[in-house]
Design a protein around this ligand. Structure first.
Ligand SMILES: Nc1nc2c(ncn2[C@@H]2O[C@H](COP(=O)(O)OP(=O)(O)OP(=O)(O)O)[C@@H](O)[C@H]2O)c(=O)[nH]1
Ligand SMILES: [Mg+2]
Length: 460
């Protein structure tokens, strides 16, 4: 197990070349490491907290200058980790950063594990666990909307709401516990007769948060959309059009695409991963056949399929096979090449697939593309009916903990209304509090913590 008695160091900026790069040091020896390595340009005496100093990093071993830097010392507890922290702004080359990092390690720091700075922030109560998780979500956010949601969690919006639920539960538990010494008559006539309703109120509040998960997951993890259809209908053209660049090869020869091609676009804040696939046909040769196997795998894993049909040619068995194999999927039935004379009618399509309204587009010239995006968005968001609430649950771990909280509360409510012994309901309520506490990391086990922080990058 990692302790926080030692001092950790890491390069906090991405690998590669940049204007600056930052080496971060945190722990009890940070100030001593600073005194050993840093020579300020102006001889200023002891460094002030949170001031930026210009100077050089000098190797104490050889006396060589390693880099000219700007350095900040942030003394505990006013730093990200809550410990003494050094941030050394170096010139942004990997060798320079590595050399500065090596010096910090030679004089007593040890290389940080992934996420260890944030883990320390959590251990020092600078962040609760859900906020620490929001840090990772913020860094990896794929669209502005997911970034905003992560930031709101990081700023403690979710934690505040959970904290208020927790207070309500503690109040209920206290009333219940105070009733344990009373007789049953006292309970049914006294102030505790409302307890069942109070528990119900909390259940409703939690269910309100739970109902945002679908939206949260959509914005955080995005949507997986597969474009499928027989050869030559314009799947690759559509991918290129949606992407706004020539990513996939387009030719008039059927069977052009063999491998699948994946790219992500942003549709109203939802990161949508598009997959262009090989055209489905029976007479495919060996390489193409392999590609077609992928299609069915991709379709199986897709959240939604865009079925593409050539509107300038009569429907074929291949089109119908593609439709048939996707009947259970959320689908957008799309007819391409609307710029050419139509050889398919809408009624013909509605005979094959009743109730699904086909959308005519031209992948080549851009007709109907914004309607297609709108349709994908509307299907993904159940008609766009999501509330614009500021708290949106994005994390599966949080969702599971809240569901367990509700389970325990339902049991508590039943025990209260059955007027069984109050100890039973108190037991359920304590269970509920434990599950709720899991989200903020109050009752979280070491395994879960390690799992969470190991997904972070080193230096964060
Ligand atoms: N007129 C017209 N031609 C199009 C349109 N979309 C695609 N095409 C043409 O149709 C042909 C096939 O396009 P692709 O995008 O390669 O079709 P595909 O479905 O990816 O084909 P495979 O990879 O072979 O399965 C090309 O000649 C495109 O220029 C369109 O909207 N209108
Ligand atoms: Mg193609």
């Amino acid at each position: 197990m990692l302790t926080k008695d030692d001092t950790i160091a890491a390069i906090a900026t991405p690998h590669g070349v940049g204007g600056i790069g930052i080496v971060r040091v945190s722990g009890p020896d940070a100030e001593k490491i600073c005194q050993t390595l840093f020579r300020p340009t102006a001889n200023t005496g002891p460094l002030r907290n949170h001031y930026l100093y210009h100077g050089d990093i000098i190797s104490p071993e050889t006396g060589d200058m390693i880099d000219e830097v700007l350095l900040t010392l942030m003394r505990a507890p006013h730093s990200y980790t809550g410990e003494d922290t050094l941030e050394i702004n170096c010139h942004g080359g990997h060798l320079i950063l590595q050399a500065v990092l090596n010096e910090t390690i030679k004089v007593g720091a040890r290389p940080a594990e992934p996420g260890e700075f944030t883990r320390r922030a959590y251990l020092n109560n600078r962040l609760d666990l859900s906020q620490a998780e929001a840090v990772a979500d913020l860094i990896t956010a794929k669209t502005d909307r997911s970034r905003a949601l992560a930031l709101s969690s990081l700023k403690g919006k979710l934690s505040e709401k959970l904290q208020s639920i927790r207070s309500s539960l503690i109040e209920i538990l206290t009333s219940l516990e105070s009733s344990i010494d009373f007789t049953e008559e006292d309970i049914s006539t006294g102030p505790h007769s409302n307890l069942s309703r109070d528990v119900e109120d909390v259940i409703i509040r939690i269910n309100g948060i739970l109902s945002t998960y679908k939206e949260g997951k959509l914005f955080r993890d995005g949507l997986n959309v597969v474009i499928t259809g027989k050869p030559n209908v314009g799947k690759s053209s559509l991918l290129n059009r949606l992407l706004g660049e020539r990513r996939a090869i387009v030719t008039s020869i059927p069977g052009t695409t063999r491998d699948f091609i994946e790219e992500t676009i942003n549709i109203r804040g939802i990161p949508v991963k598009l997959t262009d696939t090989a055209g489905i046909r029976k007479s495919a040769e060996a390489i193409e056949k392999e590609g077609i196997k992928f299609v069915w795998e991709k379709v199986l894993a897709a959240d939604m399929v865009v079925i593409l049909i050539d509107g300038n040619a009569p429907l074929t068995d291949e089109d119908i096979e593609v439709i048939n194999r996707n009947r259970e999927k959320r689908m957008v039935l799309t007819i391409n090449k609307s710029d050419l004379p139509r050889k398919i009618t809408d009624t013909e399509l509605s005979d094959i697939i009743p109730g699904v309204e086909p959308l005519w587009i031209s992948a080549k010239y851009g007709g109907g593309i914004s309607e297609l995006k709108e349709k994908i968005w509307s299907l993904a968001s159940d008609g766009g009916e999501y509330m614009e609430s500021d708290i949106v649950l994005t994390n599966l771990r949080h969702k599971i903990s809240l569901e367990k909280t509700v389970e325990s509360l339902v049991a508590a409510r039943e025990n209260i209304s059955r007027e069984s012994s109050p100890e039973l309901a108190a037991f359920d309520l304590r269970d509920a509090l434990d599950h709720l506490g899991d989200i903020a990391g109050e009752t979280t086990t070491e395994d879960v913590l390690s799992g969470i922080f190991s997904n972070f990058c080193v230096g964060k």
